[in-house]
Design a binder for this molecule. Structure first.
Ligand SMILES: C[S@@+](CC[C@H](N)C(=O)[O-])C[C@H]1O[C@@H](n2cnc3c(N)ncnc32)[C@H](O)[C@@H]1O
Length: 273
């Protein structure tokens, strides 16, 4: 497989992916995601025992922070393949980067000791077919880790006043509409364990994880970022411009607290031959 420079593929790819319209905002989003979710993802990856000599694949690798961490873990004899529709990450020692659409492009079969997909399959209407493709890419005994949200649970706990509380809930509802219209499965995270078992994996091990949203939390910064990144779609879903400005202020208010959506980190293994 060739390494393709990001600038070669950036304008050429067309996808229904909801966040793909503005390059700079997408890069900011990828770094917010990394800050909010790498601690869980890396802790779970470490539980697999990933180490020197392993061959790993991360699909939809985003900022590439996790893929770089994996490349350090598997050095000096292992390697990591990080794929993205429009890669913003650079190849490095032990890290190969590929412009690749996981829905339509092939993956080698029986190749990887560990495959990771975080917050990718929820965006893909073909998520079950893609899951089967990821399972095929594993060698016997290999690990699949899927980290995914269930956004049906993210209650508000505290807001500066009633009007702020209503506005936050209106924003969450508008965001849910935007995601649904883009084909996102909002509560896919809770269905991953069963889907993995149906795809032939064993040792399924789901772990739910929740965070507190407050003005200094990376998870809330990601949500505040969506008020700008998804602005046009949120306006079409019924928010007004002033409401988007105001809800961002509400989320950054010292008295704001909410529960994050649930993140499920799920392990499964391909049965050994
Ligand atoms: C919400 S982001 C998650 C990024 C990264 N996995 C993380 O968790 O930080 C979803 C990623 O999936 C990628 N993606 C969406 N559709 C894809 C496809 N068909 N093939 C490969 N990657 C895709 C997007 O480009 C984006 O980087």
């Amino acid at each position: 497989m060739d390494v393709i420079a990001p600038e070669q593929r950036w304008p050429a790819v067309s996808s229904g992916y909801v966040f793909h319209d503005q390059q700079v905002r997408e890069q900011e989003q990828r770094s917010c995601l990394s800050a909010a979710h790498d601690p869980l993802t890396l802790a779970r990856l470490a539980e697999t025992g990933v180490g020197p000599g392993w061959r790993c694949l991360e699909v939809g690798a985003g900022s590439g922070q996790v893929a770089r961490w994996l490349a350090d873990r598997v050095a000096p004899t292992g390697s990591v393949l990080a794929t993205e529709l429009r890669p913003g990450l650079r190849p490095g020692p032990g890290l190969q980067v590929l412009a690749h659409d996981v829905v339509s492009d092939p993956l080698p079969a029986g190749e990887f000791d560990l495959v990771l997909a975080r917050l990718v399959l929820r965006h893909l209407p073909q998520r079950h077919e893609v899951l089967a493709k990821l399972v095929r890419a594993l060698r016997p005994g290999g690990w699949l880790q899927i980290d995914e949200f269930d956004t049906s649970y993210e209650p508000l706990l505290l807001a500066p006043d009633e009007e702020s509380a209503r506005l936050y809930e209106k924003f969450l509802a508008a965001k849910a509409t935007v995601m649904r219209s883009a084909g996102v499965d909002a509560d896919w995270g809770r269905r991953v364990p069963l889907a993995m078992r149906r795809a032939g994996l064993s040792g399924i091990d789901p772990r739910p994880h929740v965070q507190l949203r407050h003005r200094d939390s990376a998870d809330l910064r990601l949500l505040a970022h969506h008020t700008e990144h998804l602005r046009d779609q949120l306006l079409a879903a019924g928010m007004t411009g002033p409401e988007l400005t105001r809800v961002r202020e509400v989320m950054l208010h010292p008295d704001f607290r909410a529960t994050s959506s649930l993140m499920y980190s799920v392990h499964g293994r391909k049965p050994a031959r």
